[in-house]
Ligand binder design. Structure first.
Ligand code: FMN
Length: 181
């Protein structure tokens, strides 16, 4: 079975995107192995920090390299992608060997896809990922699932994926797995 690395783009304990990722994990049950990237300790990027590679960055790179694909579950912040996720992707986009900054990064040719849970700005954030993911040399599977936050989630903290969203997640999982064949 293929190994898919989930990157939850929110570090919030009760994250709705985390809950969406758990729904996608169920969709992938029996079809792929899922693991979650621990990126909470990745520092704010500075070129002055690149050598030696900070341990959380090295670990994130290793996890990405070990995976067959990455699947990002992202909130929308101010109709854009969260700065924290962009920061992580900036780190991951850097060449593994800095003597040639145009050389391969941990993301080189990695199959990638993105889902979004938010209440507004899905299209704007989707467009940013649509441009960014190929730019950082991933093989982007543009079959994005987007979901609104159900009203009750704001009260009880429980994200509920609609039947339509679950169907979309199935389509996205199939497209991702097909890209890996
Ligand atoms: C800085 C900031 C900007 C936000 N901007 C948006 C936005 O543009 N659209 C939106 O639907 N929600 C926005 N939100 C609300 C988030 O969608 C909400 O906090 C959501 O729960 C984040 O996803 P999570 O549950 O996975 O953490 C924003 C939240 C923050 C903290």
């Amino acid at each position: 079975m293929k190994n898919i690395l989930f990157i939850v783009g929110s570090l919030r304990e009760g994250s709705f995107n985390k809950q969406m990722a758990e729904t996608a994990e169920k969709v992938l049950e029996g079809k792929a192995n899922v693991s979650y990237l621990d990126w909470k300790d990745v520092p704010v990027f500075s070129q002055d920090l690149e050598v030696p590679t900070p341990a959380p960055v090295a670990a994130a790179r290793e996890a990405v390299q070990a995976a067959d694909a990455i699947w990002i579950f992202s909130p929308v912040y101010n109709f854009s992608i969260p700065g924290s996720v962009k920061n992580l992707l900036d780190w991951l986009s850097r060449a593994l060997d800095l003597s040639d900054t145009t050389g391969a990064s941990a993301l080189q040719d990695k199959v990638s896809t993105v889902s979004l849970v938010a209440n507004g700005g899905h299209d704007q954030a989707a467009d940013i990922y649509r441009n960014l993911m190929p730019f950082i040399r991933t093989q982007f599977v543009d079959q994005m699932t987007t979901s609104r936050v159900n009203d009750s989630a704001w009260v009880d903290g429980t994200f509920v994926a609609s039947e339509e969203v679950i169907a979309d997640l199935n389509k996205q999982a199939d497209a991702l797995l097909e890209a890996l064949n």
